[in-house]
Design a protein around this ligand. Structure first.
Ligand code: SF4
Length: 234
């Protein structure tokens, strides 16, 4: 599975001139999971990641290249949650090392399952709202969670714990970004990841490959392996 490798590499390259904080994954440090989504009222909120029209972006990339995800770990570029005192730009990237996903059909289903894990992680006091259309992931932090010391190390560990429950995930790297490192290029990368998912769905529907009239041509022109995938399905 290398469809997403170029995006992982490019995202890393864009962040290369910044030094992240880095924590190994420790399951015991995961923030408590509320078990379900819980609404946080505006009056109980400390601030919002991606609030006040700040950019907020999220994407998940899956790879079978061990070098791209060397450890289960959490990386943070920018301020941590206890250091923020107002709404901020935000990105959460998940890079997952998978095992052998089997044939194309099985791989497609496995990719969907791994991408959906995020909808089953509910850190207490950390209310996530996502938009599939715009790839936004906005988060409202409760004052109570901030008082109790929530930080990205604990939230990242909660996500990794969730990803590791999927039998195909061998390792997970969670990258959190706040502030000015949330660039338009990251927003564009999220759109490409979404385009890959949509193109995979199109290909798996078994429609004939007619590149001349296909709206996914820009994706197939830029993502290695996509066109070959459709050729195999014909
Ligand atoms: S290979 Fe051609 S037909 Fe198939 S998804 Fe890509 S552009 Fe569309």
């Amino acid at each position: 599975m290398d469809l997403y490798d170029g995006i992982i590499t490019a995202a890393r390259a864009r962040l290369a001139d910044r030094e992240p904080r880095r924590w190994d994954y420790v399951a015991a440090s995961a923030w408590r999971d509320a078990g379900d989504s819980a609404f946080i009222m505006q009056r109980d909120a400390a601030f919002e990641l991606g609030g006040s029209d700040c950019p907020s972006v999220n994407f998940t990339c899956i790879t079978s290249d061990e070098r791209l995800v060397p450890h289960d770990e959490i990386l943070l570029y920018g301020k941590d949650l206890p250091e923020l005192h107002g709404d901020a730009a935000f990105a959460r990237l998940a890079f997952l090392l998978s095992d052998d996903l089997g044939d194309d059909e099985a791989a497609y289903q496995a990719i969907r399952d791994m991408s959906f894990v995020k909808y089953h992680v509910f850190p207490e006091g950390y209310m996530v709202r996502t938009s599939a259309q715009s790839n936004r992931e906005q988060v409202r932090l409760s004052k109570s969670a901030i008082r109790r010391g929530i930080d990205f190390r604990a939230v990242g560990a909660a996500y990794i714990r969730g990803y590791r429950k999927n039998p195909h995930v061998r390792r997970a790297q969670l990258v959190f970004i706040t502030g000015d490192a949330v660039t338009p290029e990251l927003v564009a990368a999220a759109a490409t990841v979404d385009g890959i998912t949509q193109t995979l769905t199109h290909i798996m529907e078994g429609l004939p490959a007619d590149c001349g009239s296909c709206r996914f041509k820009p994706i197939c022109d830029t993502v290695d392996g996509m066109r070959e995938l459709h050729t195999r399905r014909k």
